[in-house]
Design a protein around this ligand. Structure first.
Ligand code: GDP
Ligand code: IMO
Ligand code: MG
Length: 425
């Protein structure tokens, strides 16, 4: 068997949580491979909205094993709160959730460092979620981090105090106020809580499951444009959000990657700072935000909105090896008479290209648009592809042509049931 992958092709928040939840019954295992509590994955069913940050989105499906892989940075405090929030739903998280002993821990001081670094950047803020992601990955790469498995070792307290002391020394140079004893107490309680979960070698677990013919789905966090190597650096997150991250974040060989589902919104959003070629600063942008309820699932910040960006999508499809596309939030565009598709970028020297520039931050880009007719139809209760208005069919066909990849699913609302499977399904 191979590991299928679901990941975002834009700047995050494409609707990964919803689709993982929809597809989970077809898989035995759902595994997160990178990122951490910066993610906010929304699932809606039975009139309840759930937002998951670190827990994989297969959590609400019986018979699904959920794995937090080695590539994830795990905040035990947020983990405890997330698990406690699940209590009313009769789940058994200690039975169907396992955590890699190699996943790095986010300490309270990582969160403080994230704040300190952001504050000191002034106008050049990344717009971090302030969850300590950057500082935790920094310690991982510097070979100074603490891993989840370490909480079971005798010298854990010593290691923890050493690393936190180092962080406090750095923090002394920043004008940040915090109550360290309270943070430390909260962290210790969360570590005790984490110890009651299955902390295992997920590398063998995943590979043994593959060997035994089990179906595994890797759930991406963030989006390809936020990838540390290929995104709009430095306005990115600190992990590889793209398909290669599955190999390093779960311990799966490249030859074991199966289908790669690339998720994109029928338009485009971004939360946080950084370049966004198709961003709309006018009433149309406001309309997308209000109709799409575009406010961050983790921070509540308003998301920046714009038209779909084909050069960025083509680039993301290339890097990820996307085999299947999934288009989200088509219903949101129902309000528009006309819908724009950015097919190319025009650069300052007048050249026009459908290629993503080497350094998006140093380019002044004018999007080149093709205008398509809107469908102006309420799609919220459409359950059959044959009932799609002609203009939506044309929009899908044009995107498939531009992206040379099939759109196998179309999402028409936040609910589980508002999902149309096309072609392969
Ligand atoms: P993720 O981070 O990729 O899982 O996405 P988020 O959960 O951060 O953001 C997606 C938002 O769009 C959530 O509020 C979802 O409930 C909502 N959503 C998902 N699919 C659709 C859709 O097809 N139509 C509409 N209107 N909302 C959707
Ligand atoms: P999901 O999984 C959207 C953005 C932040 C900021 C940048 C760096 O829900 O799609 P970080 O906290 O990682 O240091 O922030 O990345 N960002 C996201 N934007 N969706 C996310 O996750 C994001 N995770 C991080 O806004 O610009
Ligand atoms: Mg999100």
């Amino acid at each position: 068997m191979k590991v299928d992958v679901i990941l975002g092709l834009q700047w995050g928040d494409e609707g990964k949580g919803k689709i993982v939840d929809v597809l989970a019954p077809e898989y035995d295992v759902i595994a997160r491979f990178q990122g951490g509590p910066n993610a906010g994955h929304t699932l809606e069913f039975d009139n309840i909205k759930h937002v998951l940050h670190q827990i994989p989105s297969g959590m609400f499906r019986k018979n699904t094993l959920n794995v937090i892989g080695n590539g994830v940075v795990l905040d035990p405090v947020i983990f405890k709160k997330e698990i406690e929030k699940l209590a009313p739903y009769g789940l058994d998280p200690r039975a169907n959730l396992v955590v890699s002993t190699k996943a790095q821990l986010i300490l309270p001081t990582h969160r403080l460092l994230d704040q300190a670094y952001e504050q000191s950047k002034g106008d050049n803020k990344i717009g971090s979620t302030l969850k300590g992601i950057g500082p935790a990955y920094q310690d991982k790469i510097a070979r100074a981090g603490i891993r989840t498995g370490d909480i079971l070792s005798k010298n854990f307290e010593e290691k923890l105090n050493q690393l936190m002391s180092k962080h406090l020394e750095i923090l002394a140079d920043y004008p940040l106020e915090y109550d360290f004893p309270t943070l430390k107490k909260e962290f210790s309680e969360a570590i005790d809580f984490l110890k009651s979960f299955k902390l295992v070698d997920t590398t063998y677990l995943i590979n043994d499951k593959l060997q035994d013919g089990h179906k595994i789905l890797a759930e991406g966090a963030q989006g390809s444009m936020l990838d540390i190597d290929f995104g709009s650096y430095p306005f990115v997150t600190s992990s590889n959000t793209t398909t290669p991250g599955v190999c390093t974040g779960l311990g799966v060989a490249p030859s074991k990657i199966g289908r790669v589902y690339g998720i994109f919104k029928a338009y485009c959003t971004r939360v946080g700072s950084g370049p966004f070629p198709t961003e709309l600063f006018d009433e149309e942008g406001e309309l997308i935000r209000s109709e799409g309820r575009e406010y961050g699932a983790t921070t509540g910040r308003p998301r920046r909105c714009g038209w779909i960006d084909i050069p960025a999508l083509k680039y993301a499809i290339m890097i990820n090896g996307v085999t299947d596309l999934i288009m989200m939030k088509a219903d949101v565009l129902s309000i528009f008479d006309e819908i724009k598709v950015c097919t190319h970028y025009m650069f300052e020297d007048g050249t026009v290209s459908d290629r993503f520039p080497n350094d998006l931050c140093s380019e002044k880009i004018v999007p080149v648009y093709q205008t398509l007719k809107g469908w102006k139809t309420d799609l919220s209760s459409t359950t059959d592809e044959k009932k799609f208005p002609d203009e939506l069919v044309q929009y899908i066909a044009r995107l498939e042509e531009l992206l040379s990849t099939p759109i196998v699913m179309v999402s028409l609302g936040p609910g589980r049931n508002q999902t149309i499977k096309r072609q392969l399904f």
